[in-house]
Design a protein around this ligand. Sequence first.
Ligand code: BGC
Length: 367
Amino acid sequence: MLAITTASAAGLNVDKSQFDETPDGKKVTRYQLTNRNGMQVSLIDFGARIQALKVPNKNGDLADVVLGFNDVSGYINKNKYMGATIGRYANRIANGEFKLNGKTYELPVNNGPNSLHGGNQGFDQQLWQAQVIKPTDAVGVEFSYLSPDGEMGYPGNLVVTVRYTLDNDNNLRIHYSAVSDKDTVINLTNHAYFNLEGAGSGKVLSDIAMINADKFSPIDQTLIPLGEARSVQGTPFDFTQPTAFGKHSGDKTKQLLRAESKQGGFDHNWILNTDGNLDELAARVVDPEAGRTLEVYTTEPGVQVYLSNFLRGKFAGKNDKTYNHWGAFTMETQHYPDSPNHPSFPSTQLQAGEKFSSTTIYKFLPQ
Ligand code: BGC
């Protein structure tokens, strides 16, 4: 397939090629960003998603550290969310219902009694417009999408852009912006499933995680926050000091069993200490054997860390690798789940004409 290469300063490049087609015959394009360290980020316009992410380790060996597929059908039929931009509301809204300006809005219920990740045809299932961009010292793609008024039950025509850029310090920066013509709610995230040893290479339980959060959001049986900000101290949720994911995965404590009813697993919102400060580390995950580290920085107040409790090796992904239980972790930077139904949480309301803006950086270190 013909690939168009756009060369940029200092080893930063974008390659554009056809990835696949949607079931109704629309072309799906892949944009591959590279930097001078050999890091490669493949983005596709279907779901404005990260399709592959090759990162060097301490010996310079590259591994693709995100789960995903080599065709669109995988992202429709096997796992919709891998690497995708999630919206209009990332995470759950209780009973698929919220009130805004005195009016009740009904959303598609697609996860037990709740609405998850913007409904069954969320932003992850849309074909976005794309444009290559070359800001100073970086290279990237800006995706945009018009979510019509009433789509998946949400009010307001929402114009949303997601801008991914890569620089030579191995920062993958994701900047979201949006504007609506009616008051609405919004919560955007990226749903990359990470495995720092390489997608499909086994469990992530020996990864050492630090989450800069003194509190987390305890949940009910359907994974909706109870409303409380609970201290992590003395609980399995204390990652303020570097701790292996596996230290408590599988504990039969109430909160872990609520997220994963048989074994007990993590699928919770941590309330970050960073106060929206993009310069302050929100989380770090080190895979000492692989020799790769991920650092997360964000303007968002929370992060959903999900340990792939529901992956069960039932399907193959890229390169015929099987994706297993606890075989990946997510770092979904976002506002708290179900915020529209919790007035005490940081607000996810976006007023008509107001500009929404949010930034997250995934930084990779060879150590
Ligand atoms: C949720 C999980 C869900 C997963 C689906 C996460 O954000 O918290 O419960 O299964 O997304 O990919």
